[in-house]
Design a protein around this ligand. Sequence first.
Ligand code: NCD
Ligand code: ZN
Length: 364
Amino acid sequence: MTLDHLFDAAAKPKSAPAGSITIRRPDDWHIHLRDGAMLRAVLPFTSAQFARGIIMPNLVPPVTTVAAAAAYRERILAARPAGNDFRPMMTCYLTDQTSADEIEKGHAEGVWIAAKLYPAGATTNSHHGVRDLKAIRPVLERMERIGMPVLIHGEATDPTVDIFDRETVFMEQVLLPFLKDYQGLKVVIEHVTTQETTEIVRAHAPRVAGTITPHHLMINRTSLFQGGLRPHLYCLPVAKREHHRLALRRAVTSGDSCFFIGTDTAPHTARTKEASCGCAGVFVGATALQTYTQVFDEEGALDRLEAFASLHGARFYGLTPNAGTIELHRRGAAMPAAVAVENDEVVIFRGDETLPWSIGEVRP
Ligand code: NCD
Ligand code: ZN
């Protein structure tokens, strides 16, 4: 099936790309919205560009019950700007104590679309996460049976493992045996950062998929130290070497349906990032689609943007693509460098740059 008819750009030769393109409204399959004042400050950025989103459950305390997830969903719906139709899809934070019945109940009630597996200690607010995969075998078997995907933060938690090797070590020691063990389980490897992981995703598709963030397509590990320490580029998994970044660019523009958007937009206040022990997480929600579009443009693949942004994820989750459209213009737009949150601010990824692409009209 060709998608060409959906693109303004596809009608024009690649050597002279269009000044604007229109794609179906995209979805973001990996979002941290937080709660309270932070939620109200960051949600409008995500809801301006994405129609639906999978909301990560690593609140304090984590979202581990159907009731807590349903209440959190209501707070998100209430925080949307007037007239906005953004649809949050909720996840369950897996712990060693998660019950298979609670998982199935939330899935059957349409509260949970998936469950998130944080190996304990792997990242921000993951200390309640899973310590022993054996402890959640009944949960994973139930998810396999009911067709509920597990979303995995794929990093080794052994503190002696070099931080740049943690994804690779996790894939070899945990993920590959896990995929053999649960051959019918749908798995998303979140925020893929290495070439080897892109190959693992491809080799196990279509029941395995991978999300790729905008920032991992733009920065490598050297960027973290460009002219000095750059705390706002620090996230987990940490950016890797340049050849990995290039492999991620090839993956997203390949047209392979096992790769889709997951921005991992992860806001933290400037005070907690510009600190002697700064938090991991990049606030990319405000510039995500503009950045993905730029990457596809640079790779000569604008005709594949819609599939990556708006079709592959929906297909994996068994949802219909959005009916509406969004316009993207090849035109710089001013962006605030940061967004105020109470007495502090959250620095926007690339907010200090004039981006070559900007968001135009959204038609629901
Ligand atoms: C995320 C956060 O801040 O919640 N941080 C990050 O660096 N990506 C957690 C996560 O997804 O790992
Ligand atoms: Zn995340």
